[in-house]
Design a protein around this ligand. Structure first.
Ligand code: SAH
Length: 301
């Protein structure tokens, strides 16, 4: 650890962070396999992770490319403060997605990105969290590659790590967990198709995205496959924001507790012994009624 510290460049490198990666890398350095034969007038798509909700958790790279965007194409969970970082004249297009209420189907989003880039635009495609974690970012990039559109991926803090930090739950505290698994709890035909024996193994932390509706199934199956009903489990609504709410319980009583608390999406579920550490390590306690950090989509809906 000390060695790592010694190697870190000084943070005060005189504004060098901004210059470290050019806003628009040379075309040969970006894009997919076919990116060598790019027409000179084609634009570029930045696939940008907006982080888990709190706008201050955006990366500097993301803020830089947003500030230069001609068009910002954004999803439901992106904080309005982040969309506002674009130039006043930048076009803003809201494309998504509440559960089963897609504003634009995925193939139309893909086609939109291709069209805007072919028009020569500097496009920022803003997605909640990290674009490659349950974000369909890969599919969007496949469409860009198929059309020889240059692109760059700007990672973001994914909900699991951002929310665990703000809930005071170290996901791999070595006294409790040697692994962490991210899964989607999205229901398909009323069921959750997960590898239950693997998820129910002790000594790990399981983080479930999109799991609120399926919460009773999730807890029931984990217990049925061997986890003790007393296993600590938490559900966090609007984590990292001033509206963060955390319910800590056990697998046996989390569904009831979440129901009583009338939690609403977005929520993240964390299962495992690490949840106990929140008692000692919880540090973020937003005051109810504090200024709201609302998803930009609420303005656009
Ligand atoms: N690409 C995103 C995940 C998109 S799926 C990422 O890397 O975070 C959307 C799911 O993420 C939500 O249904 C919820 O489970 C979780 N999520 C995102 N933001 C959240 C927040 N602020 N609080 C709780 N859960 C959140």
């Amino acid at each position: 650890m000390d060695e790592d510290k010694r190697r870190e460049p000084p943070l005060s490198a005189g504004g060098r962070i901004r210059d470290a990666v050019p806003a628009r890398p040379p075309l040969y350095a970006i894009g997919g396999a076919g990116a060598t034969a790019i027409a000179a007038n084609v634009g570029i798509v930045y696939l940008v992770g907006a982080g888990p909700g709190n706008p201050e958790l955006l990366t500097i790279r993301a803020a830089n490319v947003i500030a230069r965007a001609d068009v910002i194409v954004y999803d439901r969970l992106v904080a309005r403060e982040i969309v506002a970082l674009g130039r006043p004249g930048a076009q803003r297009i809201y494309v998504g997605k509440a559960r089963s209420n897609h504003t634009l189907p995925q193939h139309e989003i893909n086609a939109l990105l291709v069209r805007l880039a072919q028009d020569g635009k500097h496009v920022v495609r803003l997605k909640g969290g990290d674009p490659f974690v349950f974000g369909r970012g890969g599919e969007e990039i496949e469409a860009l590659v198929a059309h020889d559109i240059p692109f760059e991926v700007v990672p973001g803090i994914t909900a699991a790590t951002g929310i665990a930090a703000y809930a005071g739950i170290p996901l791999t505290h070595r006294d409790c967990a040697h692994a962490v698994t991210f899964v989607t709890g999205h229901l398909k035909d009323g069921t959750m198709n997960l590898d239950w024996p693997a998820l129910a193994r002790p000594g790990q932390t399981v983080v479930i995205y999109m799991g609120l509706l399926g919460l009773p199934i999730l807890c029931r199956e984990l217990v049925a496959h061997g986890l003790p009903p007393t296993t600590p489990a938490a559900i966090v609504q609007q984590g990292t924001t001033a509206q963060q709410r955390v319910v800590v319980a056990t697998l046996a009583d989390l569904p009831g507790r979440a129901f009583d608390a009338r939690l609403a999406p977005p929520t993240l579920i964390i299962v495992g012994e690490v949840v106990k550490l929140r008692d000692k390590l919880g540090w973020f306690h937003p005051e109810p009624g504090r200024a709201a950090v609302r998803p930009a989509s609420l303005a656009a809906d």
